[in-house]
Ligand binder design. Structure first.
Ligand code: DP6
Length: 343
């Protein structure tokens, strides 16, 4: 390979949250999750890869800083799984198995700030590696999952479900597309960056603590998520915005309730996040319909869902109430795109 391969992967926004693992090593979740993948034009990771006999060692640069692959178990795992796939698809003795790989990856938005950067990052890494080595038909979501759980959902565009599965080895825990990005063209996502500094407790650590200490987490997994997942998939299929929006808000609120039920608690939302929540409920009440919904990740930043027809009126109200917020609105799309080689 004497050319650079570059791909772009967008973030995905979970509306049924993944929170809790049943296997830390294989990154197998306790529950199904559902997400929407954003357009690549917005928040994304861009990754360039070159590999060949002329490269002396594997190396990864993230946002201009070199990372140690040996000390990063997840990164190492993704490299190993890709090399395994090369062996399976190109033969044990293929020269490419021995090639060293150089990776350069950049996020166009703050990393580790509760904006789903690891999802876009690992999806992009795995997808670009697969492209660079011409690997076809590999289970890329399962490889991305072992980099960061939520990354498996960014491999696909549109609406995506990550099924938890029951298999100990995780063979049935992968991402599937529920509906293409073209299915609901009226859907818009508004991103409100409240605070872009690195979060105090990472998702990995926060969910591990929650599994250990939260009673509410057990209730959520057994009693709430299975029914909610079915209902939201139906709402997506029917393009029933009110149903979709209500489930989204309920799931975000329950997720943050679990964070508080964790001991010691993980507090991801701040005063401004709560003001946004109130603003959305007041707005919906005033219009007599659910026109807009919110979801929050492991951070104070808000992701709002709204349909195109309601966007401009809502935006004008929003900027009145939060004049410094600079909202970004995004489409759905997000199948990871390959840019021309040699860029
Ligand atoms: C709140 O996928 O970042 O974004 O698997 O440990 O890397 P690891 O965790 P990660 O957790 C994401 C949690 C979440 C919810 C979601 O994306 O579903």
């Amino acid at each position: 390979m004497d050319k650079v391969v570059t791909c772009v992967a967008p973030v995905n926004i979970a509306v049924i949250k993944y929170w809790g693992k049943r296997d830390e090593h294989l990154i197998l979740p306790l529950n199904d999750s559902v997400s929407l993948t954003l357009d690549c034009d917005q928040m994304h990771t861009k990754t360039s890869i070159i590999a060949g006999p002329f490269i002396t060692e594997d190396c990864v640069w993230l946002n201009g800083q070199i990372m140690s692959i040996e000390r990063n178990e997840r990164l190492k795992k993704c490299f190993d799984l890709i090399r395994n796939l090369i062996k399976i698809q190109k033969g044990e003795n293929s020269q490419e198995v021995k090639w060293k790989i150089r990776v350069c990856s950049e996020n166009n938005f703050p990393t580790a700030a509760g904006l789903a950067s690891s999802a876009a990052g690992y999806a992009c890494l795995v997808y670009t590696l697969a492209n660079a080595f011409g690997l076809v038909n590999g289970d890329l979501p399962s490889i991305a999952r072992q980099g960061s759980g939520s990354a498996c959902r960014s491999i696909y565009g549109g609406f995506v479900q990550w099924t938890a599965g029951v298999d100990d080895q995780g063979y049935d825990s992968t991402a599937v597309q529920i509906a293409a990005d073209t299915h609901w063209p009226e859907m818009r996502i508004i991103i409100l960056v409240v605070n872009d500094s690195k979060k105090k407790t990472s998702s990995t650590v926060g969910m591990k603590q929650a599994v250990k200490t939260s009673e509410l987490l057990k209730y959520r997994i057994q009693k709430c998520v299975p029914e909610r997942t079915k209902e939201i998939i139906q709402a997506i299929t029917d393009k029933n915005f009110e149903k979709f929006a209500e489930i989204t808000m309920r799931d975000s609120n329950q997720f943050h309730a679990i964070c508080l039920d964790t001991y010691p608690p993980c507090v991801y939302l701040n005063q401004v996040s709560h003001e946004i929540i109130s603003f959305v409920h007041d707005y919906n009440e005033a219009t007599g319909q659910i026109k807009v919904s919110y979801t929050f990740y492991a951070g104070p930043n808000a992701f709002l869902f709204i349909q195109q027809i309601d966007l401009s009126l809502f935006m004008s109200e929003l900027v009145n109430v939060f004049p410094t917020m600079q909202p970004n609105s995004s489409y759905l799309r997000g199948i990871v795109s390959t840019l021309p080689n040699n860029v």
